[in-house]
Design a binder for this molecule. Structure first.
Ligand code: ATP
Ligand code: MG
Length: 377
């Protein structure tokens, strides 16, 4: 008897012509998550099976798999010979000593001498006489014993399901460039898009030496957490200081934030095009701060022609914070380090910028030269 892990994916997107494409991406993602751990990955009747690992590694493997998008649920199962005595031995290990239970069986091997109902009845009966304090409840049991008799002469016996991360396998939905700050929102935005199958690349703007190296480290820490879900993430770091100084010298003080945000978008768009990204991703959220009013977003959006994904746009802050906790970025995000936007924060930022005015202010700047110089950093 050995331990194996059953992986179930959300069937929906695996149907149709693209099934092979999705399955390959799915398997690649699982292999990446299990890199460095001895194991084998096999397909079996619309599911995957991880086997051949050291039993002590089970929990560790499950914890890794919980971060793989596309996995709907998992079960740690005992694999036995398809033999009623062996199945019963495994069922004893899965069963609780007391409480009400139900056995549910599935028989892929139609040549197996018992039908699935007979398997359930037989194993249920043996468990009842073995654990004297058990009762059967087919409608509302306190636990289940699942038995899956396979076509290859083995059976899988398990008792519970772990939730997977759901979503789609990374690599099935293009590539996005995430504008990542050190804040709470942008890492969550990146996570949401990766969960839909998007490969993530990132850009971070700093104002070194006004912002510290430690502030940049924090962004790398956040990106590492994201990468534990979606694999390697390339991070571009751009010094925005030259641009912020040029804006400071030549433009109205209250437009500093909105003008620098437009430059961030323009620079991000160049990087995205040079690196094969299909779209930009930000953690913007309507109404949150001065630059994220409806008018502010209109003016920011106008700076680029590439589509900008804003997955958090209509979420409440508390819900974003909840997600950040679940993803595991929250504690890192709230570490107090200066951000390039806060260094040059105007006392009274415009909250309802008018596009004509902003474009007029921007027109006094040598945009192309400033962008090129920033990209050099
Ligand atoms: P966050 O929590 O993600 O920092 P926020 O609520 O603080 O968001 P802003 O500071 O207005 O809001 O930033 C809005 C979005 O702009 C961020 O979610 C991020 O995508 C992008 N952004 C802001 N600052 C930076 C930066 N220094 N580098 C890269 N992207 C940034
Ligand atoms: Mg921020």
């Amino acid at each position: 008897m050995k331990k194996v892990i059953i992986i179930r994916y959300a069937e929906l997107y695996l149907k149709g012509k693209n099934r092979g494409f999705f399955e390959r991406a799915f398997a690649t993602n699982i292999e990446r998550a299990l890199k460095g751990i001895r194991h084998e990955l096999h397909r079996y009747s619309g599911r995957y099976l991880v086997e051949g690992f050291e039993e002590e590694e089970t929990d560790f493997i499950v914890s890794r798999l919980k971060k793989v998008f596309g996995i709907h649920s998992m079960s740690v199962a005992f694999e036995t010979a398809a033999d009623m005595n062996d199945i019963f031995e495994a069922a004893k290990l899965v069963s609780r000593p007391t409480g009400s239970f139900k056995v549910e069986s599935h028989r892929a091997d139609k040549k197996f001498p018992l039908t699935s109902i007979e398997i359930s009845r037989e194993i249920g009966g043996r468990l009842l006489s073995y654990f004297k304090t058990l009762t059967v409840d087919v409608h509302n049991p306190s636990f289940y014993v699942y038995i899956d008799v396979r076509e290859n002469g083995t059976a899988l016996v398990f008792g519970s399901f772990f939730d997977g991360a759901d979503g789609m396998p990374v690599g099935t939905a293009g590539k996005g460039l995430l504008l990542i700050s050190g804040g709470i929102d942008s890492p969550v935005a990146g996570h949401m898009m990766a969960k839909r199958g998007m490969v993530i690349e990132a850009v971070h703007f700093h104002s070194y030496p006004y912002t510290s190296e430690r502030a940049q480290e924090k962004v790398f820490d956040l990106t590492r957490i994201l990468a534990s879900y979606c694999g390697r993430i390339k991070v571009h770091c751009v010094n925005l200081l030259g641009i912020q100084e040029a804006i400071g010298e030549n433009c109205p003080e209250d437009e500093m934030t909105i003008l620098s945000r437009r430059f961030m978008m323009m620079i991000a768009e160049r990087i995205a095009r040079d690196n094969g990204c299909d779209m930009l991703i930000t953690g913007e959220n309507i109404g949150q701060v001065a630059s994220q009013t409806a008018q502010g977003l209109v003016v920011t959006d106008n700076a680029v022609s590439m589509p900008v994904m804003r997955p958090l746009i209509a979420m409440d802050k508390v819900d974003i914070m909840d997600l950040a906790q679940k993803v595991g970025t929250y504690e890192t995000s709230i570490q107090p380090f200066e951000d390039c936007c806060t260094v040059f924060l105007p006392k009274h930022p415009v909250t309802k910028p008018r596009l004509e005015n902003i474009l007029k202010s921007e027109s006094v700047l040598d945009k192309e030269a400033l962008i090129a110089a920033a990209l050099e950093t």
